[in-house]
Design a protein around this ligand. Structure first.
Ligand code: ATP
Ligand code: MG
Length: 751
């Protein structure tokens, strides 16, 4: 259990302490209309996790009340996800459809109490009668039907005597309720459709708001945990149970809401995922680029890494977006402790070692010293080997540490080689390197005295096995993708002729590996055969996306420093690691920022000092890791003109919306130069953010008037132009307008 308790566990503990319940019962209630995704993993961790922590139990319930979208393949995928994450549900899998008869009975009871009625207005009328946020709704003329008539109609609805949409059953609550959900919500609708479990037995299906609370009640659930979008449905949940008098004898369930998980660079609803699957943009629900559990599983993620991730992001009451880098950190962190290190070459370049004759097998450990696991394999070594094409460079840039015509390099676990001749084809492409090796330079017994700056991977030409490698990148190029148009065209790259050392295929020491200097890889559970091995890239060795984003031309491969010859980033000290963990789990910083701060004592102490002044970790951390860090590269802390307290003041002004982020940059530059207090700078320069709509409005009108073409395009459906208008308005105010307000006003005016 996590150290600091989340608000749900606090509620559970209070309910146990007060004796409200003797045993905790939760449930995970997915609708089987798609494959579960990482958001569901969060819900699974919460529901099963709480049940485990308090020695209660958790049910797995398929919320199958919509016959047109549900299917058994989804039921299986949901069961599989829960099991794979390591949880057990209580008893057999439950289905809301198993309760259809009971639910029908409860509905009849409500009708008899005069608390439900059959309505027969069409959808449009129903919407019109519902009123608005500021206006009460009105009941339809059918609300006065007698109990007998309602009972008769409802039974005939069940018997299939009416068309879809002809009638609905509604709760009789309050058409004037401030909570619009309470304005006589629907309880049942007619659906002539085959249900994957109930067959054709029913022509009516219960709505979520009616079925969910009663299913919870019937199963003896105590804490019905759901996501925030159901906050307003909570009143219906309570109304149904209370009106039916349930919970008077035995304890009844209560609903509690938490924030949905969102991750950048992906879409997360089953509906949007289905779109990708159906449009053939991915190979299926288990495509390794999808955020589905089946996709993560196929890609090679471990259940532990997903659990750690869910634990790390915590449970909150406000929706937020989690950086996908944090998920990638979890898997990297997990695999780093577990998997064998092996040699593979993705883009082979032949090297002939002219002074080597014969053959030998080098004993090489699978694991580095800091992984407490044993095991080694024989690495065949011979005259002909392959190295990675970009580990040789004829015209090396500064800081290139690998093989060149002048610089020797170590072959990992083996000898140092030196280039003697570069052989090219007619097009000038390098096809082979002729090299010599130093016989007294063997790894572990090197007496050669030759200094090299790095070790590279290689395979012996004769013994290496050909493998297919699938490299995955983010499925979307956009941080918050809207749809298919934001797909990253380069999210999958297949390498057909990569080479790997033979032990990986013949010994099979594991299914997951670190290919040294390349990343973590997984033997594809579907397509892998001994004859045609296929590996999926799980994740790289470090976060390279941030760098890639900035330049469109491919960045040179990161240089390998002496300490990094295992392909690992320099290990953190224990103190740094502890700080890093705290930053990630407690302060919820993103991995990159946490990493920057934790590894640099000057930065972390500056950050902590400012955090002590003003408690707004994320914004402070970003500012320190980027802007302050830039200054500290040039000068010592003591010589900075500004201090941690002033940075805290600056962040406070961002937080309370006195200034915009953009202006904050400007103020910071001024602080760097003059050392003036940020509050003074803002006042002296008149930089206070403009949030007053009446001041912003005329500027927007002007921008709109100047751009009639774009207005027309926007209104014809090109909603991306919203950004254009907002940008123009911000520009016109010198960056002083509050972007949030501008956004809302612009959207409103363009409607
Ligand atoms: P989707 O929009 O993907 O279909 P949903 O909420 O309709 O999601 P359900 O199958 O009804 O999916 O959800 C089962 C449980 O998982 C619910 O309790 C729901 O609140 C939870 N859940 C779904 N998505 C997320 C998410 N992104 N973060 C946390 N919990 C989620
Ligand atoms: Mg749904």
């Amino acid at each position: 259990m996590s150290e600091s308790k989340d608000f749900l566990r606090t509620i559970v503990e209070e309910d146990l302490a007060s004796g409200k319940y003797t045993e905790i019962a939760t449930r995970f209630p997915p609708e089987p209309n798609g494959f579960p995704h990482i958001g569901h993993a969060k819900s699974i961790c919460i529901n099963f996790g709480i049940a485990n922590d308090y020695k209660g139990h958790c049910n797995l319930r398929m919320d199958d009340t919509n016959p047109t979208t549900e299917d058994t393949q989804y039921v299986e995928a949901l069961k599989d996800a829960v099991e794979w994450l390591g949880f057990d549900w209580e008893g057999s899998v439950r289905f809301t459809s198993d309760y259809f008869s009971e639910l029908y009975g409860y509905a009849v009871e409500l009708i008899k109490m005069g608390k439900a009625y059959v309505d027969s207005v069409d959808e449009e009328q129903m919407r019109a009668l519902r009123g608005t946020v500021t206006q009460a709704g009105k009941r339809s003329q059918y609300a006065n039907r007698s109990i007998e008539e309602n009972l008769d109609l409802f039974e005939r609805m069940k018997n299939g005597e009416f068309e879809n949409g002809e009638h609905v059953l509604r709760a009789k609550i309050d058409m004037g309720a401030a909570n619009m959900k309470m304005r006589d919500p629907l309880l049942y609708r007619i659906r002539h459709a085959h249900h994957f479990r109930a067959g054709d037995a029913w022509s009516i299906y219960p709505m979520y708001d009616f079925a969910h609370c009663l299913s919870d009640y019937m199963e003896g659930i105590t804490h019905s945990i759901c996501t925030l979008e159901f906050e307003n449905n909570r009143d219906i949940y309570n109304w149904v149970l209370e009106t039916l008098g349930l919970g008077e004898k035995s304890p009844r369930p209560y609903q509690h809401e938490f924030a949905r998980l969102g991750i950048n660079y992906t879409v997360m609803s089953k509906r949007k995922l289905l779109e990708l699957v159906e449009a053939g943009k991915v190979s299926g629900w288990d495509d390794p680029r999808l955020p589905t559990i089946a996709g993560y599983k196929r890609r090679g993620y471990t259940p532990e890494s997903i659990l750690n991730f869910c634990d790390g992001i915590g449970i909150a009451k406000a929706n937020s977006m989690v950086d996908v880098a944090q998920l990638e950190f979890s898997i990297r962190d997990d695999l780093n402790k577990k998997v064998p290190r092996v040699l593979a070459v993705l883009d082979p370049l032949k090297v002939t070692i002219e002074n080597y004759d014969g053959f030998e097998e080098i004993d090489a450990p699978y694991y580095p010293h800091d992984v407490p696991k044993e095991g080694s394999r024989k690495l065949p070594f011979s005259k002909e080997i392959y190295i990675e094409r970009d580990d040789f460079n004829e015209n090396p840039p500064k800081g290139y540490y690998r093989l060149t015509t002048k610089q020797s390099v170590r072959l990992r676990h083996a000898y140092i080689i030196t280039c003697k001749e570069v052989i090219k084809d007619d097009n000038g492409k390098i096809v082979e390197i002729k090299a010599v090796y130093s016989p007294d330079s063997k790894s572990g017994e090197d007496t050669s005295g030759i200094k090299v700056k790095s070790a590279i991977q290689w395979v012996s030409a004769n013994e290496a096995k050909k493998v297919e490698i699938r490299l995955y990148d983010r499925l979307f190029k956009d941080e918050s993708p809207e749809g298919l148009e934001d797909i990253n065209p380069d999210s999958l790259k297949v390498i057909k002729n990569a080479l790997i050392e033979p032990a990986v295929i013949t010994d099979k020491p594991d299914v997951r590996f670190q290919f040294e200097r390349q990343g973590y890889f997984y033997a594809d559970p579907v397509d892998y055969t001994n004859e045609k091995p296929v590996f999926n890239k799980i994740v790289g060795l470090k976060d390279s996306w941030g760098k890639k984003k900035k330049t469109d031309t491919p960045a040179p491969k990161p240089q390998v420093k002496k300490e990094q010859i295992d392909g690992e980033v320099v290990a953190m000290t224990e103190v740094e690691k502890a700080l890093f963990d705290k930053y990630i789990t407690e302060l919820k910083l993103n991995t990159e920022v946490a990493n920057t701060l934790a590894r640099d004592e000057k930065l972390s102490s500056f950050f902590e000092t400012s955090l002590y002044e003003y408690d707004s970790a994320v914004i402070l951390a970003n500012l320190v890791a980027n802007d302050v860090a830039r200054e500290l590269k040039e000068i010592e802390v003591n010589n900075l003109k500004f201090n941690a307290k002033q940075v805290a003041q600056l962040v406070k002004m961002i937080d309370d919306e006195t200034i915009s982020n953009k202006i904050a940059k400007q103020v910071f530059e001024e602080m760097v130069k003059s050392g003036n207090n940020p509050i003074q700078i803002v006042e002296a320069k008149g930089l206070i953010q403009i949030s007053d709509p009446s001041k912003i409005s005329p500027i927007i009108d002007e921008v709109i008037a100047k751009n009639p073409d774009n207005v027309a395009k926007f209104q014809a459906g090109n909603t991306k132009l919203l950004g254009f208008f907002v940008g123009q308005v911000l520009k016109a105010t010198g960056g002083k307008a509050n972007p949030k307000v501008v956004n809302e006003l612009v959207a409103d005016k363009l409607k």
